[in-house]
Design a binder for this molecule. Structure first.
Ligand code: APR
Length: 237
């Protein structure tokens, strides 16, 4: 912790990458952990364009359940600590793989949503967008007048990340003095590359109760949860 505190005190530019682990203590499941979403659901059925084409009602039923869970959840002390860190660092970028909007609800502002969000839907044919309620998109409103279908504004497996968001994330990671990786197994690319591929100079630290795919390639590993360690980190700064 001391080494990370020292690196952060000296840092002018900080880049943070988060995954579902930071929202675990807000009651939201991770993807690959115990009771993880991909342990209990078939990813190819729910998070792929092919799965959506096959059964859009099944896909929306699942995303509507996730949306309701996101709305019921509250940002936790881990999210709050990162919002505090943003306020004390000159150049701060937070790139998240999460679609739960909890960083924004915690007051973080420079947030890059690498995998989209569940605040809007977009038409598969004309690209029209629409917001939807906390309860999700009504299943009888999936069809759009243009003949297309409204789909969640989420990046599914095999799909490219939003180009502008990805570019901003790459440049944020490349200029950082410190890269902080919180609550991700770092197995999904290209997001995981942000921690290790664009900046040989940065001090890279991870906050995670478990070893990840990058643990043996970075400068500092803090074994514990986001709620346990991030507030302590900010208090020590
Ligand atoms: N605090 C910090 N980290 C935690 C906590 C916690 N309280 N609880 C679990 N973790 C860690 C786990 O140890 C694991 O390393 O969070 C990580 C969650 O990893 P995954 O389940 O693989 O989720 P994530 O890395 O976010 O997945 C990346 O994969 O399925 C796609 O698009 C989806 O954005 C997602 C991407």
């Amino acid at each position: 912790m001391e080494r990370l505190v020292a690196a952060l005190r000296a840092a002018r530019s900080v880049f943070v990458l988060t995954g579902s682990g930071i929202s675990a203590e807000s009651g939201l499941p991770t993807f690959r952990g115990i009771n993880g979403l991909w342990r209990t659901h078939r990813v190819e059925e729910l998070a792929s364009p092919e799965g959506f084409a096959r059964d859009p009602v099944l896909v929306w039923t699942w995303y509507n359940e996730r949306k309701s869970a996101h709305v019921r959840a509250e940002p936790n002390a881990g999210h709050d600590a990162l919002a505090r860190l943003e306020r004390i660092v000159d150049d701060f970028t937070l790139a998240t793989q999460n679609v739960d909007s909890l960083h924004l609800r915690a007051g973080s502002s420079n947030v890059l949503e690498l995998h989209g969000n569940l605040r809007e839907a977009r038409c598969t044919r004309c690209g029209a967008r629409r917001a939807f309620e906390a309860t999700g998109l009504p299943l009888d409103e999936i069809d759009h007048e243009c003949g297309g279908k409204f789909r969640p504004d989420i990046v599914w497996f095999g799909e490219p990340l939003p180009a502008d968001v990805w570019r901003a994330a790459q440049t944020g990671a490349a200029r950082a003095d410190v890269i902080l990786v919180v609550g991700t197994s770092a197995v999904v690319y290209p997001a995981a590359a942000l921690a290790t591929h664009y900046n040989e100079r940065a001090f890279v630290a991870e906050v995670n109760p478990e070893p990840t795919a990058i643990s043996d390639r970075i400068d500092c590993v803090l074994r514990g949860t986001a709620v346990e360690l991030l507030p302590r980190l900010l208090d020590d700064l």
